[in-house]
Design a protein around this ligand. Sequence first.
Ligand code: OXT
Ligand code: ADP
Ligand code: MG
Length: 580
Amino acid sequence: MAEAAALTKPEAESEELTDGFNLLIDAMKLNGIETIYGVPGIPITDFGRMAQAAGLRVLSFRHEQNAGYAAAIAGFLTKKPGICLTVSAPGFLNGLTALAHATTNCFPMILVSGSSEREVVDLQQGDYEEMDQLAVAKTMCKAAYRVLHAADIGIGLARAIRAAVSGRPGGVYLDLPAKLFGQVMNAEAGKKSLVKVIDAAPAQIPDPAAVKRALDVLKGAKKPLIILGKGAAYAQADDAIKALVEKSGVPFLPMSMAKGLLPDTHPQCAGAARSTVLKDSDVVVMIGARLNWLLSHGKGRTWGDAPKKFIQIDIEPKEMDSNVEIAAPVVGDIGSCVAALLDGPNGIGGGNWTKAPSDWMGAVSAKREENVAKMAPRLMNNNNPMDYHGALGVLRTIVKERPDAILVNEGANTLDLTRGVIDIYKPRKRLDVGTWGVMGIGMGQAIAATVETGHPVLAIEGDSAFGFSGMEVETICRYNLPVCIVVFNNDGIYRGTDTNKAGTDPATTVFVKGARYDKMMEAFGGVGVNATTPDELKRAVNAAMDSGKPTLINAVIDPAAGSESGRIGNLNPQSKLKKK
Ligand code: OXT
Ligand code: ADP
Ligand code: MG
């Protein structure tokens, strides 16, 4: 048998032995992995038990997809790969969406899955949960590896870690066939086979010529703009980015998960003047953001007719010119690139640098104040049933008073309006649906956010969005985590008012009317509250954030208040034929 060759035969009865289970645990500990998110079962049940006994934190979820989203966001928050552990075929497939999501969002994550035996899988002889998982995973991640011999576990994990965090971060798959776990070998040889990954994500210093080119382009700008993306939040170069923004005097636009890198209330923040700055700017500095659909691919109506030059800072050279010409590509890690742009007398931090024209910043501020003033009265409304703005008005104050809490957010209207209304004050405090706009990240992100940072979480969830991971309220209660979930319950997807004109089934976008999501939390010993007014909502959220008890508040929202797909209704294809 193939795996027999991998065994180092014990030389004497007294010889100290180790096995695949222990080698994997030792390799993880050696590389500073502290937490595993997963679902137990064949063939990794004992591994979970043993890892827990060895001091790793092993958090068991109710579904692998949620464990995977937890691992992915743990990677974003810590710059270390988040680990998701699953069983073979169905468990592996359940984790795969999260692996692809991690790769798409540039979050480092390793999906570790047990698998069936190679000999049986390759001959398709019908093993328990038989599937060629490595082949399936390859298209969904940055790298995929399989380990067949216990002596290779150290190398396998080292390769997975380095692949996940170096260069552009992403998802990695590690395939571990069942028999690997039980393989024994000499303990000393096993110890020697382990690899500590040195400098897993080496600094990537930009070419000085590229830095000079970028400075020259920026110097010529009359209406410059800095766009901060979640890559900038990931990079944890917070002080350098703040210095770049403030010393340049350039307005900045944070993408959703980059909110808080500098506070949304910062005088240079252009979040509330988005359309204006995209349209009117002449030079745009992209820092860890891609010109994908979220930025209308850098062209078209959103960007106006005036010619624009782009400076782009990114660790991935292939990102340059992906949608439009990049006049000044700066390839490297954000910390090094921003430091280089600030450096020296001619750099942005130097004595020879002239700040951006103040009339431009003035025009941006005026637009911003106009939009903020327009929104203000809507946030104070006390409508019953509540609308989104009335509910968000009170939540906005609660977040302001608790800037260390982490906000998790998903839905359509619930997502888009929360993003606009709730100011974020510190880096990496807003987590959401990311590049794919995926529903279901909510509970996984909430759990990992508090586990990884120790801070409480406020999760603002559309009722549909919450449904994708709602069973994890049991997980939140089981581990007694300080998570307050507010479900914006408008009886459906976008709105609760659709009707089916053809039959007796409900319309495709509506749910049970008057559902009580708070009862789900009560079922597992947490606190459930039904809130019908902004006052009730405020009281319940404050109590939850003060107590740290797992809480779910069913916030009753007017079913007619939302719009189709929130703010991205324009992306919905519609039939030009007469509707039936
Ligand atoms: O400058 P202008 O004048 O233009 O104004 C802008 C800002 O300047 C201004 N602004 C402000 N004004 C005042 N004060 C402040 N503080 C302020 N801040 C900003 O406001 C406007 C708007 O600003 P914004 O938001 O920055 O700009 P804009 O133009 O919207 O930005 C464009 C985008 C594209 C960057 C932005 O919209 C964005 O990031 N969008 C992300 C959208 C997204 O990802 N949506 C999620 C997917 S929708 C859909 O696919 C859904 N599904 C299908 C599905 C999915 N997704 N996944 C899976 C696995 N299966 C199925 C489903 C099932 S959503 C969904 C469920 C929905 O139902 P729920 O019940 O959960 O939710 P409800 O809708 O609530 O019912
Ligand atoms: P957003 O959705 O916020 O616009 P994206 O996910 O589209 O952000 O873009 C993030 C970008 O950041 C990716 O192109 C990725 O390569 C880049 N990135 C991630 N980490 C780093 C880093 N440490 N240094 C430089 N670029 C990075
Ligand atoms: Mg809804």
